[in-house]
Design a protein around this ligand. Structure first.
Ligand code: E4P
Length: 219
């Protein structure tokens, strides 16, 4: 399973990268707003810096909602570096834009997917990635991982190459269940990456090893 980090924060990306846990990065307008991005130039500079740092796929989301606007933004972002995958929302205009961009060789991550048939349509349109939002489904009392499981089955049934990104991850169990379901990628917030590393028995075990070692050396 590949791990993407779901953030626009360069410090978080740098730290997770140093842990060897960044196979790619996903951003969205909310995450960019959180780090104070205000202009198109700032956004493009940020995407460029992330790409230079990770040398791996980086999702940059369009904010236009019409096909022509999405295409213009997507083509601009795709020129930043080869690492850029353009994030396009799952709408009728988004599907049209996805088809055209895929035909031009631009990688598209179709985002805001909440049911498996949306993923099927995105794959048919040539998307490189689909992003089902698990946490937001759980938030409304619907089992988000079921959507991932069904997408995995559909893509296997028809041999789609489109990669499934488990998105809107809130906790380690989402990563575990995504891996068990056979999703290609989990895009994980920095805090959850750190939770994946930790276990209280690891801390207790390490403390005991060091105490025993010290006691022996003093005796
Ligand atoms: C990633 O591609 C998504 O934009 C992100 O995971 C959404 O997460 P959220 O539901 O926590 O905002």
């Amino acid at each position: 399973m590949k791990f993407f980090i779901d953030t626009a924060n360069l410090d978080e990306i740098r730290e997770a990268h140093s842990l060897g846990l960044v196979d790619g990065v996903t951003t969205n307008p909310s995450l960019c707003a959180k780090v104070g991005i205000k202009t198109d130039k700032q956004f493009e500079d940020l995407i460029r810096q992330i790409c230079e740092l990770v040398q791996a796929p980086v999702s940059a989301e369009v904010t236009a909602v019409d096909e022509a606007g999405m295409l213009a933004e997507a083509r601009r972002y795709a020129k930043i570096t080869d690492c850029v995958a353009v994030k396009i929302p799952m709408t009728p205009d988004g599907l049209k834009a996805t088809r055209k961009l895929a035909d031009e060789g631009i990688k598209v991550n179709v985002t805001l997917i909440f049911q498996p048939l949306q993923a099927l349509l995105a794959a048919k349109a040539g998307a490189a990635y689909v992003s089902p939002f698990i946490g937001r489904l759980d938030d409304i009392s619907q089992r988000g991982m079921e959507c991932v499981e069904q997408i995995v089955t559909i893509f296997e049934n028809y041999g789609f190459d489109t990669e499934i990104i488990v998105a809107s991850i809130r906790n380690p169990v989402h990563v575990l269940e995504g891996a068990l379901a056979g999703a290609d990628i989990a895009t994980v917030p920095y805090g959850v990456i750190m939770q994946l590393i930790k276990h209280p028995l690891t801390d207790i075990g390490l403390k005991k090893f060091l105490e025993d070692w010290e006691r022996t050396r003093k005796s």
